[in-house]
Design a protein around this ligand. Sequence first.
Ligand code: 6PG
Length: 244
Amino acid sequence: MKTPVVRIFDSTEDIADHFANILFRAVVSAGTWYKASVALSGGSTPRAIYSYLASLKGNLLEWNRIHLFWGDERCVVPESPESNYRMAKESLLDHINIPESNVFRIKGEEEPQYEAERYAETVSGLLPHENHIPKFDLVMLGLGEDGHTVSIFPDNILLFHSDRLFEATENPYNGQQRITATGKLINQAAMVVFIVTGRSKAGTAASLIEKRGDWKNYPASLVQPVNGELLWLLDEEAASELGK
Ligand code: 6PG
């Protein structure tokens, strides 16, 4: 595994601008015959990132050359305020020129086990494979204060090691059913980017980056790309415990 890279920014907008350039490079490296495959993260942090991407004018990002997926989804209808797809649709998809055929949402309204299998087949059929595992160009991840990422929580950390690409699970704090990518898929990606903002996550981020304290109990600690790059994009607040 390559040494993780940590970048600290003054603002979420600066993070978003850097992420836009990462996206741009993913499109370029995918070449003209393939589309860059990107797995979006959910929760609230990405909303500002997606809004910034939507605000970019001109052709910096050729969305027709990007296939968008999700790393996880809540098992709700796409119109639900809880839906990761709805958040991305409101903040990004409705404002960019991306063909509908380039957007592959996890259908939270379907039976979870069935949808986890269907979505795994969709991803597997659209992405190139390396060592028989689909390889994303870019996986965007968030981080919970408890060290969860996608929808793999500390109480079920072993789910990360599932042999499946996606699993049905639940948020242990409210019982909400989820569908989540697993480590088999995440760690196969060419690049994995954690985007973490806010003071509340500073302790968890520092523990993970500096491999101290409870870091091994955090599912996010298992994100170790086999051949890809791991990048942390933090704002000053989320980085405030580093080196302490
Ligand atoms: C989700 C996410 C989850 C999220 C973290 C951080 O569906 O909620 O995939 O892993 O990234 O919980 O969420 P916030 O950005 O809201 O803090």
